[in-house]
Design a protein around this ligand. Sequence first.
Ligand code: SF4
Ligand code: SF4
Length: 218
Amino acid sequence: MPPPRESVRVTFDGQAMETTRGGSLLQAWVESGRALIDNVGCMGQGVCGACRVLVRRAASDEVVTALACETPAEEGMQVAAIDYFSAHRPHAYDLHALPADAADETLVDAVFPEAKHCRHCSGCDRACPRGIEVQAMVNDAAAGSIAAAAERFDHCVMCNLCVAACPEDIDPAHLGQFVRRVQAAQSPIPGDLDARLRDIEAGGQAIRWPQPTEPETP
Ligand code: SF4
Ligand code: SF4
């Protein structure tokens, strides 16, 4: 005889729902039978950062940020989905035209001059559901240590919660993306990727699209 199914009750976007204990908040939403049309990307793989939520636990006054796919539902939890936060201003750059002789510090300052205005409040660290040292990344980048900053940001899922948390509008998520891109652009292409690109350019790996099927005649 199977063990009894244990359940917990949560409130998600103002709607009460009951879900299997041990399941995630994302599963709670799905189990409730509601359509999953917003704040979803990788369907629980923990790689897209789309399922941003604010969470308040039953015995706490604190509201914290989290990813719904990684957060187990707990009895009495209150949950609210939050939107994507765009960058406060566009950051234009061309990775193919990076000046070879520019110091990394100059490079970051040209695109993200706001990075040097960090007030070390740790708001971004507290907001990050991935435990990334966002503040340290921002400070590394502002100091011109692009490789160190990029490494800190390796596991960022671009949920953008740090963007919402920053009182200086530094857009840490976008700065992190920038330093990772610069780091990749300045690094040698991996040998197997280089070989494959050359093979494609030489016609060795032709892409064959499926032929469109003829519509059936009535
Ligand atoms: S660094 Fe920012 S965007 Fe990346 S996972 Fe953390 S909060 Fe999300
Ligand atoms: S939230 Fe903004 S100002 Fe505060 S530590 Fe992070 S980057 Fe600096």
